[in-house]
Design a protein around this ligand. Structure first.
Ligand SMILES: Nc1ccn([C@@H]2O[C@H](COP(=O)(O)OP(=O)(O)OP(=O)(O)O)[C@@H](O)[C@H]2O)c(=O)n1
Ligand SMILES: C[C@](O)(CO)[C@H](O)COP(=O)(O)O
Length: 380
């Protein structure tokens, strides 16, 4: 069943303040929006992710995520969801998520999609721990909290039910989320366990608190990867996802992109997930001629799925020829785009071996990579 995700990021972040709307402000190593985008885009059941931004936010989106599909939102969250839905085609299930809730795990997405087997809608909810009361200048009446919950996103729906709910909702009334609109049509909405990591960034202090909570909950992991491929006549040369003109290419089961293979192994190493051969066995014909970007996306997806963050990639390409300098920036940009990180988080270096050894004799190329990531302490 086709599943789409829609991230609403068209707000102005007025309550948070700041020089840019909060979804584009940096949090835990990257623009806030990039966290939930990575978690959704890497989930194996999510086929497409659409970001809804405000008018004039196109450049900010490109800086945060590169060229990704987007829609232009409206004056309220409800209108932004509606505009996004108009651009979604062919998905039977849809996840609606606030960009303002950056730390989304695959476990929450799994629970929501499972609940859609029996319900038209599902959402993550947390119990209320504080006493609730009406406020003002002085304490007002205390409100019974029994049976109250705190509603989070993503909220998952059968797309047809959500479209019906938006069509039926009166245009002169606001709804603070989508589930109440689907419920208003008479559908029961399933509740799955919420996650304290999903707290919404709303007020100025939430930024520092989220940064501190996140830092305290994360551990730095560093791992290295190394790969070698043989030169062969008649092959294309792919380095870092970029075709590089050369008299020979590298041979291998896939496209033999030695750079992406080394980075893939380094990333898998950071979560002790084995190596590239374990995930994509050379004996399996389905990987023949495969683009190596697919392998790297898979490794990055495993890290994002654990709630991890890629901080930095440093790769060294070892060969006598071709010269890497003219292609360095294209390779950096390509690696950054595949990993949904910024180019400033990718370093590409090259060296020869002074004509010594197999690289010196031009028989093949090697690459070594070091990846630095942060993973939640409970996974570390
Ligand atoms: N017209 C709007 C308003 C909100 N949102 C999105 O809805 C989510 C939840 O909204 P909120 O936290 O209220 O964000 P803002 O509207 O930006 O905040 P504020 O009310 O402080 O301006 C955010 O990801 C926000 O970008 C949206 O897409 N379109
Ligand atoms: C959708 C939501 O995040 C669920 O809790 C919340 O209602 C958004 O409210 P906001 O006023 O737009 O921040």
């Amino acid at each position: 069943m086709k599943t789409a995700a829609l991230i609403v990021a068209a707000g102005q972040g007025l309550r948070t303040g700041g020089s840019v709307p909060k979804q584009f402000a940096w949090l835990a190593g990257k623009p806030m929006l990039a966290h939930s985008y990575a978690a959704l885009a890497s989930h194996p059941a999510v086929d497409a992710v659409l970001v809804v931004i405000g008018p004039g936010q196109e450049d900010a989106l490109r800086l945060a995520l590169g060229d990704v599909p987007f829609a232009i939102g409206g004056a309220s969250r409800r209108e932004s969801v509606r505009n996004g839905l108009e651009k979604l085609a062919g998905a039977e299930r849809v996840l609606i998520h606030d960009a303002a809730r950056p730390f989304l795990s695959h476990a929450v997405i799994d629970a929501l999609l499972a609940a859609l087997e029996t319900h038209q809608g599902a959402l993550p909810a947390l119990p209320v721990a504080d006493t609730l009361a009406r406020g003002g200048e002085a304490l007002g009446e205390t409100v019974p909290r029994d049976g109250l919950i705190r509603v989070q996103t993503p909220q998952a729906f059968r797309t047809a039910a959500l479209r019906d709910a938006h069509d039926a909702w009166p245009g002169d009334r606001e709804a603070t989320d989508d589930a109440q609109m689907v419920r208003a049509l008479g559908h029961a909405i399933a509740l799955v366990p919420g996650d304290s990591a999903l707290e919404k960034i709303t007020h100025p202090a939430d930024f520092a608190a989220a940064e501190a909570r996140h830092a305290a909950a994360m551990r730095v992991r560093t791992a290295q990867g190394y790969d070698v491929h043989r030169f062969a006549e008649g092959e294309e040369l792919w380095l870092g996802g970029v075709p590089v003109p050369h008299s020979k290419g590298l041979s291998g089961h896939s496209d033999a992109d030695v750079v992406l293979h080394a980075i893939t192994d380094a990333l898998l190493g950071t979560i002790a997930a084995g190596d590239i051969g374990l995930h994509f066995p050379p004996s399996d014909p389905q990987w023949r001629g495969q683009r190596s970007a697919r392998f790297l996306e898979h490794a990055a997806g495993l890290i994002a799925g654990q709630g991890g963050i890629i901080d930095f990639i440093d790769v060294t390409i070892i060969c006598e020829a071709p010269r890497i300098g003219p292609h360095r920036e294209a390779i950096r940009a390509s690696i950054a785009a595949i990993l949904c990180i910024s180019e400033s988080q990718v370093s590409v270096k090259a060296t020869t071996t002074e004509r010594l050894g197999f690289t010196g004799r031009g028989e093949g190329m090697a690459a070594q990579a070091i990846a630095t990531v942060r993973v939640p302490a409970d996974n570390a």
